[in-house]
Design a binder for this molecule. Structure first.
Ligand SMILES: C[S@@+](CC[C@H](N)C(=O)[O-])C[C@H]1O[C@@H](n2cnc3c(N)ncnc32)[C@H](O)[C@@H]1O
Length: 262
């Protein structure tokens, strides 16, 4: 994703008050549970750093490195974290199927949000997971989330356009393309079993795997972080708060627990 209009549409829709705010807050909470106690976290395909900046703000004691193949995305991410005054985020241009600039066993955790469907083939997914295993320290943490492939075109169109009235048209189109490009749940299970630590689970939303989460076990959040997350949930506009609560329900029923907002 390097086209300036596409980057702008994605960045706009994904900002804190955008249509993706529920999803960002949900993953920020989930990821905070998984990376607790880590010193260094690598974010694969950080894009404009909306997700990354929110997590970095919630976890100021952790250093984050966001990598992306797109220089436009990296520039947008740098500007955003500067605006927010965050000091614990660095950026690097990298292909996540190669990670040439990241040494072996050098990071405590690897995270990634809605990126894997950009990989054009199953071989690229294998290559990416092999790199995750290579750069992760022994016992390191993992939280990778992406869309899962839906069985029917009807479901794809339903999810892609359910918020069409509230988001830029380019964003809806990109969402549809992303859902069509997603890997199957079976692919995620197979690559995770082959490359990732045994402690990793592959989970998905209840009934329809529109969201897949590959993660190491979560730990309890500090009381302060739990309180901040609950306040952030309350501060969402009511429509986005119901989106978040729906997502929490579908994830919890699918086995993605504990729920960090409870
Ligand atoms: C949908 S955006 C997600 C951005 C961010 N993770 C988020 O949650 O908002 C996908 C990002 O993956 C990046 N990307 C796609 N293929 C990549 C690759 N092979 N290596 C590195 N980044 C890649 C794109 O440039 C884009 O910034």
């Amino acid at each position: 994703m390097d086209d300036a209009d596409q980057v702008a549409a994605y960045s706009y829709a994904g900002r804190v008050d955008g249509v993706m705010s529920a999803s960002y807050l949900y993953h920020s909470a989930q990821i905070s549970q998984v990376i607790s106690g880590c010193k260094t976290v690598l974010d694969l395909g950080c894009g404009p750093a909306t997700q990354l900046a929110q997590i970095a703000g919630l976890n100021p004691e952790i250093s984050f490195l966001g990598v992306d193949l797109s220089g436009t995305m990296i520039d947008s991410g740098k500007k955003y974290v500067d605006q927010l005054g965050l000091r614990n985020v660095a950026f690097q241009l990298e292909d996540i199927t190669k990670l040439e600039g990241i040494p072996d066993a050098s990071v405590d955790a690897v995270m990634s949000t809605v990126v894997l469907h950009h990989l054009p083939t199953r071989q690229h997914l294998d290559d990416c997971m092999a790199q995750v295993a290579r750069v992760l320290k022994p016992g390191g943490a993992v939280y990778l989330t992406d869309f899962g492939r839906l069985k029917s075109l009807r479901s794809v169109l339903f999810f892609a356009y359910m918020n069409a009235a509230n988001q830029p048209h380019l964003f809806s189109l990109d969402y549809e393309r992303s859902l069509r490009a997603a890997f199957l749940m079976e692919d995620f299970k197979e690559v995770a079993g082959r490359f990732l630590p045994q402690s990793v689970s592959v989970l998905s939303t209840f009934l329809v795997p529109f969201l897949v989460v590959i993660r190491t076990p979560p730990t309890a959040l500090s009381a302060d972080l739990s309180r901040r997350l609950r306040e952030m949930r309350k501060g969402l506009p009511s429509q986005f708060r119901s989106d978040l609560d729906e997502l929490r329900l579908f994830c919890r029923l699918g086995g993605i627990s504990p729920d960090p907002f409870q």
